[in-house]
Design a protein around this ligand. Structure first.
Ligand SMILES: [Zn+2]
Length: 453
């Protein structure tokens, strides 16, 4: 083989060199194999095979997950040395797994008996869900935000329909709040919620959708026949959570009251649907709205009360955007990102606290005014159970599409009843979703009533 061709192949990675030039000078170690094998979603096995002159005495594997969080440091694992073949398996059953599509990089640090330490060249892999034949479609909104990439495998039209919904949701959000998506977003659309749940080691057995903010990745189980309805609104809802959190959750420990987070997500779904309008009408007529302050934290788990909580949240956000505009909304989100208390942030931006907001909003929509005790106990963000904790990945399990409950994986009576108007948003934190020791996920739900129409 002529030298230029060999060089070309080497440079293009078409053949793998048996050694790395960079450290050949340091030590007589030759890499025979340096690989990572994904067994999705359970494990990643890292293997390093060396040809050595002197015995290896110490080895450390360093790996990084490509995520956006505040603590995105690499993880170092001392690996037991047995001869010149090193192996370590990351078993994800304890930590939970990153979402499909997550990028990982790794390298090794190896020391031989003479004290020579070498660092292997960095390598990368994608934590791919290879159980399905994925198709990919990509798009972005006209304002040149980062692209949205949508992967799906069932139903010819599912990808284009949901991509269109995502772009439309993003446009509405950007137009009305001025908040733009940062970075690329990956959607993995499973054919049903059972397929989706099998991609995650830790997920509620009712979950139909989940957003990994740190990875800009959203997973949803969308049966093809529901793509136009439930699928489209869920795509918009989850994408809004992701965009809003990018904007407002800082490493300072900021958090959002639930009514604001869910209200914005429902707002991004588009014009209010019949159920939302009905809930608001009933809230006015029957004087049945919840105190705004009580919507800072958990929402009712399901039923009409859950539906009403989402609709009221939507109405509050709609009122704030309509009356005070998008700049004020951005200011509010930034104040909350700075870990201001909920009341303090509202005061700072609008000049009223949660009670003042309630009075102004009730007046605006024609609801009876509520007698509010003059000295409410201030609620600090940190005291609200559903407040997003710490700073890393949140994820929002969403109930599955109404007829997407698995029929095989759980006995019918133990499977959650998605129920008419069921709602699981704001149940609180999911302690079992502690993620690689850094991240906690908060639970919310999509406004599932939409899918039940
Ligand atoms: Zn939500």
């Amino acid at each position: 083989m002529k030298l230029p061709l060999l060089l070309f192949l080497l440079l293009n990675g078409l053949i793998t060199p048996l050694f790395s030039f960079s450290w050949l000078a340091q030590s007589e170690l030759v890499i025979i194999k340096d690989e990572a094998i994904v067994d999705f979603p359970e494990t990643v096995t890292f293997r390093l095979e060396l040809d050595v002159e002197e015995p290896i005495v110490e080895a450390t594997l360093i790996y990084h997950l490509g995520r956006e969080g505040c603590l995105a440091a690499g993880t170092q694992v001392p690996v037991e040395v047995k001869g010149s073949n090193l192996e370590w398996t990351w078993v994800m059953s304890r930590s939970g797994n990153p979402p499909p599509g997550a990028k990982m990089s790794w390298h090794w640090e190896v020391t031989d008996a003479s004290g020579n330490t070498i660092t292997t060249p960095g390598k990368e892999l994608t934590f791919a869900d290879d159980r399905f034949e994925w198709r990919t479609i990509e798009g972005k909104d006209p304002r040149h935000s980062a692209p949205i990439r949508l992967h799906w495998y069932e139903g010819e039209e599912v990808g284009p329909i949901l991509l269109e919904a995502a772009v439309a949701g993003l446009e509405r959000l950007q137009q009305d709040t001025g908040i733009e998506l940062q970075g690329e977003v990956e959607f993995f659309i499973y054919a049903d919620s059972a397929d989706m749940r099998e991609a995650l080691l830790y997920v509620q057995d009712w979950a139909g959708g989940i957003a990994f903010t740190d990875y800009n990745t959203i997973l949803i189980g969308v049966p093809p026949h529901l793509a136009e309805t439930w699928g489209s609104s869920t795509v918009r809802h989850e994408l809004a959570h992701l965009v809003i959190n990018q904007f407002s959750l800082s490493c300072l420990g900021g958090s959002l009251p639930n009514w604001l987070s869910e209200g914005l997500a429902v707002y991004a779904e588009g014009e209010p649907d019949g159920q939302t309008l009905k809930d608001i009408e009933e809230g006015v007529e029957e004087d049945s709205f919840q105190p705004v302050r009580s919507l800072n934290g958990s929402f009712p788990a399901q039923g009409e009360a859950a539906s009403a909580a989402y609709s009221q949240s939507y109405s509050l956000v709609d009122y704030l955007l309509d009356s005070y505009g998008q700049e004020k909304m951005q200011e509010l989100l930034l104040a909350l990102a700075g870990a201001a208390g909920y009341d303090a942030a509202l005061e700072q931006v609008y000049g009223f606290n949660a009670d003042g907001l309630e009075t102004a909003w009730r007046r605006e929509i024609g609801a009876p005014l509520r007698q509010i005790p003059p000295t409410p106990t201030p609620i600090l963000a940190a005291n609200v159970p559903t407040a997003v904790p710490l700073n890393a990945a949140q994820s929002w399990p969403t109930p599955p599409a109404p007829d997407a409950i698995p029929v095989t994986s759980a006995p019918v009576d133990s499977a959650p009843d998605p129920g008419r108007n069921s709602g699981i948003c704001g149940l609180g934190l999911a302690p079992f979703l502690l993620f690689i020791g850094l991240s906690t996920m908060a639970i919310t739900r999509n406004k599932s009533k939409k899918g039940l129409e």
